[in-house]
Design a protein around this ligand. Structure first.
Ligand SMILES: *Cc1c(COP(=O)(O)O)cnc(C)c1O
Length: 220
């Protein structure tokens, strides 16, 4: 089930560039996560709150859990005790709720703002101007949201096999990221790239890739 050969190839590709590999384990069994854990993987990504909760209970505590799906504000409270990073912050309301729930557990949760880069209408996220305005507010007044660390951007490219189109979308997100990173060195995470497009994403400057089916095989 787990493709250890693909895992080792990905490790070589990511280690060379200091890129974080998030193994996307949504809809995969605990045994598959355990197999990758035993091979040394510590960062895992999940899309569904209930599924992440039940897996977290069964698996070692040194796993860094990344929530990468669409997150409803009323569900943040369930994952706030342990989640390491939320990639899909797509509204200030969700950020404020994450800050509130993190404070209850005396934690700081890493958050990425999701930017709408694809042409499809259905994908969630900020447009670049909205994100820049929110970041400006946060950097000016860090005391507003002390329990979140807004440390980067996340994007999903169009569902397409036109690699040049994907490259343009990744390149535009990387451009926004670099502008902010130049002024705020701690804003240093750029999450883009999945099984089918991670190579292009890395070429365009990604430093966190989210890879599922390449590692675990097709989802049920
Ligand atoms: C499912 C998912 C992935 C992984 O997709 P694969 O094609 O299986 O690598 C990455 N990011 C997000 C946001 C996802 O929902």
């Amino acid at each position: 089930m787990v493709n250890i050969g693909a895992f080792h190839t990905l490790l070589q590709e990511t280690a060379a560039h200091k890129i974080t590999l998030v193994a996307v384990s949504k809809l995969q069994p605990v045994s598959a996560i355990r197999a990758l854990y035993d091979a040394g993987q510590r960062d895992f990504g999940e899309n569904y709150v209930q599924e992440m909760l039940s897996k977290e209970e069964l698996l070692p505590k040194d796993i860094r859990w990344h929530f990468i799906g669409h997150l409803q504000s009323n569900k943040v409270k369930y994952i706030a005790p342990f989640v390491y990073m939320i990639h899909g912050i797509d509204s200030e309301k969700l950020l404020a709720e994450t800050n509130k729930q993190a404070a209850k557990h005396n934690r700081i949760i890493n958050c990425l703002l999701q930017i709408h880069i694809a042409q499809e209408e259905t994908k969630f996220g900020f447009n670049p101007e909205e994100a820049a305005a929110l970041l400006h507010k946060i950097f000016e007044s860090p005391a507003i949201y002390p329990n979140v660390n807004v440390c980067g951007l996340m994007g999903m490219a169009s569902f397409s096999d036109d690699m040049e189109k994907l490259r343009r979308e990744f390149n535009s997100l990387a451009g926004l990221y670099k502008t902010i990173n130049l002024q705020h060195a701690a804003f240093n995470c750029l999450s883009m790239g999945m099984s089918s497009d991670y190579k292009v994403a890395i070429e365009e400057g990604s430093n966190i890739i989210r890879v599922g089916s390449l590692l675990f095989g097709a989802r049920n």
